[in-house]
Design a protein around this ligand. Structure first.
Ligand code: CDP
Length: 806
């Protein structure tokens, strides 16, 4: 109802709630250089720690001469594995059930592995100490090719696991074997393949890349010897989990540890795990009784902290001759590096890879993933995706293109023929996931109309004709990708990390004047949570978003939550925020009923307060109700206006999208130009369309980076190539194409406000769109599969292999 003074519309606008293109409130400090990052933490007497790292990928440590570094002015301590052994800290548990060396003991297993920690008065003295430390090594044969990891004569990498035939995820059959994990129905899938008219099989490599956030990892540990309190600032996507792990490793009681994740300059999965640097800053502070800071440089970040992908996939599809897909199968060889430090829910060593049947109604499916050790850096994190979803979507979206070639069908048409239909939702996939909602045909049609798909195919055909007639040296590719993500980990029935269910939380406290503070268990790394969570709460409570402070990342004040990755913030913490807001509203309704002297059922909510049904002028605004909560509540009711909600979702959410990439290639140089990129996303209810657009731009840029250039490569002796920004492709505004964004909006039926995650969708859907575009350009010339990264050199080499250039 109108209040007589301000209309409903005006009051709704003032809230800046769900659906509003609210400007990002955090940008006020970011754009003025006033962010507060870990490296901005400066404490009195603070020391600086730096690592001595191995020059070899595989070597025995013969001797470390500590005195060589201790002689350097300013160096106060040299810590090696020998010093950590009495504390039982030379190994730490990983999130994947393995252990990882904090400092190498006896052997190094990858280049740049941490060998000693030098603590000095400042960063420069520490660097000098690192230079000075004399370490004697005996080189061993490195194992760099995952395909050879399980050969009978492959070198033994993990001597610490000698004789261990049981791993965290089942039996180990070889000294370099980590696990073999399967999902789906193998026999039913074999049956589908047996009766199919057409079968395709292709090897698809998803090379090793790195999330490469602009801010590298770092921490500052301050162990107070008087109070026994440890304060740890760090680049943590999941600060509460870090506190629990720190307590378990160190035996410091959890209430004596305060973990603070201040502003974070991008995470993309790189800042989920626990790194030796975090542990060593703590050890340094305990030993030296002073705060110790550790900050990585760029090369350390790229070469030692968590990599992503490195999946070697054999994918198969079985179909009828008119293109109905009957079965899908894939076998993955996963290169996990020297330690299994994947960040996945405990039950799923390959994350959500078993979403690889994609957006299609496939009767039978099976996948297996075998993880192996090699002499490479550990990790295996979800680089802007929900636990191996990018790999899964790449698998189905590439192999369906290969099937289209075999059938002589159009790739978009083949997809449409196999889509899960709107009336099939909730749809249970052959792998057992229950897709919550969607309308794929509508999204696909909207996208195809927007790009004028038929027009593009006609243009492509004309270019093929010109090329074949010798009139042009340019070819054109149209990359189609239709993806389904699985985000919002997660239901505790499916997901836990070290036994803690993957719920999330929100606590809101409304002050007497009607302003509020809300704290959440997740942690923004640039996604704009301070802006968008306030919008959810504004719509739910009638308190203007500008009147709500959002705080995350301090374990002393925020409620426990599992952190931000896998686009889980909106599906999980966003739901907790909505429900906490509803609890506030419920209490406010009882107070309104008391003040207005009517039964609470006779009240109705109107934007920012409660009014008597049929008498809208009799109302109490949330501002008035907040005041009353502190002086005039119904008898028997507690004073104050606070609520907390811990939300364990009933299911994941399944955002989806249709992406089209159009590019042209000069076959004689391999130089390409992205002519057009159109992205339609459906993330259910849209909280802030402007932030969604920003998330899509960012995710597409990282998809472009991965598909077209990023690679962490190694030479045969184990030297890491690509560990600086001279070699590792980080696109700037110069290389990045223009993005066209669009949407449909099918809400999630189980989320309190119908929202699904979106931050990672553009990455997941984008990678195959680019790769398909490159491959599609070669289809008319007999091309089937060329691998990422699609650098000009690789594209040119492929054109040459097809005899198109010399
Ligand atoms: O977990 P993470 O924050 O990385 O991902 P997300 O839940 O997809 O959210 C990324 C950003 O997009 C947040 O600021 C969300 O509030 C916003 N978003 C939105 O406005 N509407 C949605 N349906 C989903 C996300």
């Amino acid at each position: 109802a109108d209040t007589g003074i301000i209309s409903i519309e005006e009051r709704t606008d003032q809230l800046e709630g769900i659906g509003c293109k609210r400007k990002r409130v955090e940008d006020i400090r970011f754009t003025q250089g006033r962010g507060n990052y870990v490296d901005d933490v400066k404490l009195p007497g603070m020391l600086f720690g730096d690592f001595v790292r191995s020059p070899f990928a595989h070597a025995r440590i013969k001797h470390i001469d500590k005195d060589s570094a201790l002689a350097v002015p300013g160096v106060v301590a040299v810590i090696t594995a020998e010093d950590l052994i009495p504390l039982n800290l030379h190994y730490m548990p990983t999130l994947a059930g393995d252990v990882q060396a904090v400092l190498a003991h006896e052997k190094v297993l990858f280049q740049n592995q941490e060998v000693a920690f030098i603590v000095a008065k400042d960063r420069y003295a520490a660097a000098d100490g690192v230079e000075a430390l004399a370490v004697e090594y005996e080189e061993l044969e490195p194992l760099m090719d995952a395909h050879k990891a399980m050969d009978a004569n492959a070198p033994v990498l993990r001597e610490d696991l000698a004789g261990k035939t049981e791993g965290a995820h089942g039996p180990r059959t070889h000294h370099n074997h980590i696990f073999t994990w399967t999902a789906g129905d193998e026999a039913a899938t074999q049956e589908a393949f047996d009766k199919a008219d057409v079968v395709v099989k292709e090897y698809l490599a998803h090379p090793r890349v790195h999330p490469c956030p602009l801010e590298t990892c770092g921490s500052v540990a301050d162990m107070n010897p008087i109070t026994g309190q440890l304060t740890l600032w760090g680049t943590f996507q999941a600060p509460h989990v870090v506190r629990t792990v720190a307590s378990l490793i160190s035996n410091i009681p959890e209430h004596k540890i305060r973990v603070i994740a201040p502003d974070i300059g991008g995470g993309f999965g790189n800042k989920v795990g626990v790194y030796p640097g975090y542990v060593m800053s703590i050890v340094g502070s305990i030993v030296l009784k002073k705060p110790v800071k550790w900050i990585e440089d760029r090369m350390e970040n790229l070469s030692t902290t968590a990599f992503a992908r490195d999946y070697h996939i054999e994918a198969e599809l079985a179909a009828t001759k008119d293109g109905k897909i009957l079965g899908m199968r894939s076998h993955v060889l996963a290169d996990h590096g020297a330690f299994d430090a994947c960040a996945d829910p405990s039950k799923y060593p390959a994350g959500m890879y078993h979403i690889c049947s994609g957006s299609y109604d496939i009767g039978a499916a099976f996948c297996s993933v075998t993880g192996v050790y090699t002499n490479k850096a550990p990790g295996g994190v979800s680089y802007r995706c929900s636990f191996r979803v990018t790999e899964a979507v790449y698998t189905i979206e590439r192999i369906i293109e290969v099937l289209a070639i075999k059938l002589g069908m159009d790739a978009a048409e083949l997809r449409q023929k196999n889509f899960v239909q709107p009336e099939q939702f909730p749809y249970t996939s052959a792998f057992g996931w229950e897709y919550d909602s969607g309308d794929y045909p509508t999204a696909m049609k909207k996208a195809m109309d927007a790009v004028d798909y038929d027009g593009l195919r006609a243009e492509q055909a004309k270019m093929v004709e010109d090329f074949k007639a010798g009139k042009s040296r340019e070819i054109m590719g149209i990359g189609v990708s239709f993806f389904t993500e699985i985000v919002g980990a997660g239901p505790s029935k499916n997901c836990d990390i070290l036994g803690i269910g993957m719920f999330d939380s929100c606590e809101i406290r409304v002050h007497p004047t009607g302003a509020a503070i809300a704290r959440l268990g997740v942690k923004s790394q640039g996604q704009g949570h301070e802006t968008t969570f306030a919008q959810i709460l504004a719509s739910e409570t009638g308190i203007a978003a500008d009147m709500i402070t959002i705080e995350e990342g301090d374990t002393d004040t925020a409620p426990y939550g599992l952190g931000t990755y896998g686009s889980r913030s909106t599906p999980v913490a966003g739901a907790a925020a909505a429900r906490a807001g509803r609890k506030i509203k419920h209490k406010a309704q009882l107070i309104a009923s008391h003040l207005l002297e009517v039964h609470h059922d006779d009240l109705e909510w109107d934007v920012d307060g409660f009014a008597v049904k049929g008498a809208p002028e009799k109302r109490k605004s949330m501002k008035e109700l907040a005041w009353a909560a502190y002086n005039n509540v119904p008898e028997g009711m507690e004073m104050g206006l606070e609520a907390v909600d811990y939300y364990d979702p009933p299911n994941f959410t399944f955002p989806y999208g249709a992406y089209f990439c159009v590019l042209k290639i000069d076959v004689d140089t391999g130089v390409y130009k992205i002519e057009r990129f159109y992205a339609l996303d459906d993330c259910g209810t849209r909280i802030n369309p402007m932030i969604i657009e920003g998330q899509v731009h960012g995710g597409l840029t990282e998809a472009f980076a991965v598909a077209m250039g990023q690679l962490i490569d190694f030479d045969d002796t184990g030297n890491v190539i690509g560990a600086s920004l001279m070699d590792f492709f980080l696109p700037t505004a110069v290389e990045t194409p223009h993005w066209e964004t669009d949407h449909t909006e099918v809400p999630s039926p189980h989320h309190p406000i119908g929202a699904k995650g979106v931050g990672e969708s553009p990455h997941v859907g984008g990678v195959p769109a680019f790769s398909n575009a490159v491959n599609d350009a070669f289809r008319p010339f007999g091309g089937v599969q060329t691998h990422m990264p699609h650098t000009a050199a690789n594209i040119w080499a492929y054109a040459k292999s097809l005899g198109m250039t010399d």
